[in-house]
Design a protein around this ligand. Structure first.
Ligand SMILES: [Zn+2]
Length: 151
């Protein structure tokens, strides 16, 4: 008997780039040296996706959309999405239903306008950790798009 894992359903049209996605980074995911930790580029426990905004969304709007408990540290680029994000698919899912399908408490239903998800649902832990480091390294190399003034 063969078992095959079905591909997870897309949450919107695939983005094949080139495009530089925007990722919010909370204070809690910053290192002491002022750089984001790779933990800032992991998938969300809510929907197993890495939540980003598309390049066309102004960084001020990305920052304003932050609703986390930890204060916002800033907005960093997720490198250049060209074909895929280091092998992970990216979906344009603005105004599309959340990948959790509303199954999780506190789900707001639809992703916000201009949202894009890096799909990490079917990627194993060690590869996810490698990807997170690659995204973080690209973000640090390119520099913050916006830094919050939290003092
Ligand atoms: Zn959800």
């Amino acid at each position: 008997m063969t078992t095959s894992t079905p591909e997870p359903a897309p949450t919107g049209p695939e983005i094949r780039g080139p495009e530089v996605l925007r990722r919010v980074v909370p204070e809690a995911a910053m290192k002491d040296d002022g750089r984001p930790s790779s933990s800032a580029f992991m998938r969300s426990s809510h929907d197993s996706m890495m939540s980003t905004f598309r390049e066309g969304v102004p960084v001020e709007d990305v920052a304003a959309a932050w609703k986390g408990k930890s204060p916002l540290a800033g907005v960093w680029p997720v490198g250049v999405i060209d074909g895929s994000a280091n092998g992970a698919k990216v979906y344009d899912d603005g105004l599309k239903p959340c990948a959790c399908g509303g199954a999780n408490d506190g789900c707001e239903g639809d992703y916000p306008d201009g949202h894009a998800s890096v799909d990490l649902r079917e990627i194993g832990r060690s590869r996810r950790e490698r990807l997170a480091k690659q995204f973080r390294d690209a973000a640090v190399q390119n520099g913050a798009l916006l830094k919050a003034a939290n003092d």
